[in-house]
Design a protein around this ligand. Structure first.
Ligand SMILES: Nc1ncnc2c1ncn2[C@@H]1O[C@H](COP(=O)(O)OP(=O)(O)OP(=O)(O)O)[C@@H](O)[C@H]1O
Ligand SMILES: [Mg+2]
Length: 310
């Protein structure tokens, strides 16, 4: 067998093992999941996102919301043969197509093969129609539904809730239409990712639709590191399934997003017994530790060399 073949075998074995583990995390008849295909993200979610539901991706500007949803669409088509609809209220489709080429993702053949379609509601397209309070949004829902049906899409992404609300002055109507849209999409069995800008001072955006339209909320953030920005992701909620909680780091590389999920701790193995102590045999240290190191603890030894001459 070639080296590449061996690598593929290993990868397939590792994947099968992971998927078996994920199955143990769910219950028969519980929410089915779909894998996003985003590196590390499915591990973090213990198998993927609930199928046929909607997930809200929140974050301030530049945190990676648009990259995330693009990768969800791209991996859906290339890895899982699931077609996608991209609804944009923000950037023009031409710009989106150009931007993702940087990751080596070519959308043009997918569009030709009816695997991907855009519903373009970007400012340039709609400038003339806005902004009457009576503007009827229902044709937009019809367009989205039509697009889903036409290419038999399984994945829909909407970028972004904030631009939709900014665009239309009649917030009540927008809300109503959004409820309708979320319901229709759920009924069609597609899994939807919606992006939303975080408003400064709030943990969750406040357009009063989030609770209704999102079964799950994922929060993207950036922190200033010593030499670079540190990107983090937190799953705020997912209705009805388990996931690894807490803050997890991720990167945006040349290949897209890479999440670094924390290693799960098997409590059966990592069980600590404070009553049973393992002695170091170093005078003073065992006493200081109350009789030695508790069984099940992991000890890491650090050798510290003083930079100062003695
Ligand atoms: N095509 C690309 N190639 C390489 N890196 C990119 C690319 N697009 C985005 N990035 C990186 O990802 C970061 C996040 O971009 P993204 O557009 O996803 O943010 P966003 O959360 O959607 O922001 P906004 O709310 O302003 O739309 C960028 O700051 C950039 O560092
Ligand atoms: Mg964006």
């Amino acid at each position: 067998m070639t080296n590449a073949g061996r690598q593929d075998n290993l990868k397939a074995k590792k994947k099968a093992k992971l998927e078996k583990f994920w199955k143990t995390r769910g219950r028969e008849g519980g929410a089915e999941r779909i894998q996003t295909g985003i590196k590390g993200f499915d591990e973090m979610l213990e198998g993927g996102i609930p199928k046929g539901r909607s997930l809200l991706i929140i974050g301030s500007t530049g945190t990676g919301k648009t990259v995330f949803i693009n990768e969800f669409i791209y991996r859906g088509i290339t890895k899982f043969d699931e077609n996608g609809v991209f609804v944009t209220f923000e950037e023009r489709p031409e710009d989106i197509i150009k931007n993702v080429k940087n990751f080596g993702w070519d959308y043009d053949p997918f569009i030709k093969q009816n695997k991907l379609t855009f519903v373009d509601s970007s400012p340039s397209k709609e400038m003339t129609k806005e902004i009457s309070p009576d503007y009827d949004l229902s044709p937009l829902v019809t367009r989205i539904k039509h697009a889903v049906k036409k290419i038999k899409a399984k994945r829909v992404v909407i970028d972004s809730l904030g631009s939709l609300f900014l665009k239309f002055s009649n917030k009540g109507a927008v809300r109503e239409v959004f409820y309708l849209l979320a319901d229709e999409l759920k009924g069609m069995g597609v899994t939807t990712l919606i992006t939303s800008e975080k408003i400064y001072g709030y943990d969750i955006p406040r357009y009063d639709v989030e609770e209704y339209v999102s079964d799950a909320v994922v929060d993207l953030n950036t922190e200033i590191g010593q030499n670079k920005m540190i990107r983090t992701i937190i799953v705020r909620k997912i209705r009805g399934v388990g996931y690894r909680s807490g803050k997890v780091e991720f990167e945006i590389t040349n290949d897209g997003v890479e999440v670094y999920p924390k290693i799960p701790i098997d409590v059966g193995v990592a069980k600590t017994e404070f009553k049973v102590r393992k002695k170091f045999g170093i005078s003073g240290l065992d006493e200081a530790l109350g009789g030695g190191i508790p069984r099940g603890h992991i000890v890491s030894g650090l050798h510290w060399k003083s930079p100062y001459p003695r």
